[in-house]
Design a protein around this ligand. Structure first.
Ligand SMILES: Cc1cc2nc3c(=O)[nH]c(=O)nc-3n(C[C@H](O)[C@H](O)[C@H](O)COP(=O)(O)OP(=O)(O)OC[C@H]3O[C@@H](n4cnc5c(N)ncnc54)[C@H](O)[C@@H]3O)c2cc1C
Length: 379
């Protein structure tokens, strides 16, 4: 069970009356990527989260290695994973990738990212709602010129709620046994485990992250996780789980920037949400930085960020279509498809295309170090 390190008692002072230039709600992948782009600015940047930074992971924590390197996060890597394997009841195919995945330590990655966030301040607070010119938290109202919702799938700062199991959300649950086995990122597409979804095993240097994701939010995943762990002969211990979105949503609204899962940036089909949270977080941070530098008004930043996000809608529609189509194929047809796809030149093309939808080169272009002295005016 995770140990709460969150400020308590006398440490939980009232934040009411606090005013900042940029308020980033959520200190996970998306929120920290936004804050990182504002490093070296003289702006008053406040990041809030209900937990301490890196305290609570809800993910198998595997991301493309080139992205982790581009962000200077190599020290958080626990294991590099050069290949994937896909198994059905009719066979197993190994795909050596043109780039590798890496599993990482969540706490260390978040702390490394935070170290790159310069002068930004952090407070623990539970965000409750949007109010005129700011947000309401359990520690009072915080006012801000610009507000980012990086709070995950709940999209807390939207006036329209988003509630499972009726919302377009997938559900995931995994266990983390100690286990030295495994070199590949293994995927199972097997209806005897989960009707519409997949199972995974991610090796993480002495630990294995074994989980099930269901695209159908009404389908429970606990028993399938126990079953997969037992098939792999490992202990079903250290559970963690969450919902993750599979539909792109408006990336702005009511003066708020939505980033990561709150904007539906998690990729349908693969359920990969960390890289998109970095990618769109950087894009959002750059628009906010241009406002701080007096290069554009907030209204323009909101429009440009919204358009940037929606310019990826074809990719999201295609992956959503595949998410609906592939698990519905008769298992033998799906197996034949996976066998064809395993040809080395197809793997190279397909996975190269997939990475390029949110390329690691985006992290290098216009790095945070280039930030000039900002002017808070125009906020
Ligand atoms: C079991 C599972 C395994 C996964 N494995 C992978 C994987 O290996 N690779 C991958 O790319 N993706 C994976 N995903 C998806 C990925 O975890 C998400 O897409 C990703 O975490 C989204 O990042 P985010 O920063 O947008 O949101 P989150 O990581 O959900 O962060 C939201 C932050 O907001 C805080 N918060 C929420 N509500 C409040 C509130 N009211 N007040 C204050 N703070 C609040 C939370 O504490 C958290 O820090 C997995 C998902 C699940 C469920």
């Amino acid at each position: 069970m995770a140990v709460r390190a969150t400020a308590r008692g006398s440490e939980r002072t009232d934040l009411g009356g606090t005013e900042v230039d940029v308020l980033i709600c959520g200190a996970s992948f998306a929120g920290l990527a936004v804050a990182r782009e504002l490093a070296n600015s003289a702006a008053r940047v406040l990041v809030v989260d209900r937990y301490e930074i890196g305290e609570r992971a809800t993910s198998a924590c595997a991301a493309p290695t080139p992205w982790l390197l581009a962000l200077g996060l190599e020290r958080s890597i626990r294991q590099e994973i050069p290949a994937m394997s896909f198994a059905t009841p009719h066979g197993r195919w190994r795909y050596p990738l043109p780039w590798s995945w890496s599993s990482f330590d969540y706490r260390q990655l978040c702390q490394e990212l935070w170290r790159q966030c310069g002068q930004a301040r952090f407070e623990t607070a539970k965000v409750e709602s949007l109010v005129e010119g700011g947000i309401k938290t359990d520690r009072g109202i915080i006012r801000a010129g610009m507000i980012v919702d990086a709070l995950g799938w709940r999209r807390v700062l939207d006036r329209e709620g988003y509630q499972p199991p009726d919302a377009p959300l997938s559900r995931g649950l995994e266990v983390h046994p100690h286990d030295d086995r495994g070199e590949d990122l293994d995927i199972w597409i097997d209806r005897s485990l989960v009707g519409r979804g997949y199972g995974w095993s991610v090796p993480a240097g002495g630990e294995r992250r074994v989980g099930i994701g269901s695209y159908l939010p009404r389908d429970h995943v606990r028993e399938p996780v126990v079953e997969l762990a037992s098939r792999l002969d490992c202990d079903a211990v250290n559970y963690q789980g969450n919902w993750f979105p599979h539909r792109l949503r408006d990336a702005t609204g009511d003066q708020v920037f939505f980033v990561g899962d709150s904007a539906g940036h998690c990729v349908p089909l693969s359920g990969e949400g960390i890289r998109p949270a970095f990618y769109f977080g950087i894009a959002c941070g750059r628009e906010i930085r241009a406002v701080l530098e007096g290069k554009q008004p907030l209204a323009e930043a909101l429009v440009k960020y919204r358009d940037f996000s929606s310019s990826h809608s074809r990719f999201y529609s295609l992956t959503l279509l595949l998410q609906q189509l592939l698990p519905a194929l008769p298992p033998r047809v799906l197996s034949a498809f996976l066998a064809v796809m395993s040809r080395p030149w197809i793997v190279r093309r397909a996975f190269g295309w997939y990475l390029n939808q949110a390329s690691p080169s985006f992290a290098d272009a216009g790095s945070a170090a280039e930030i000039q002295q900002p002017v808070a005016a125009g906020v």
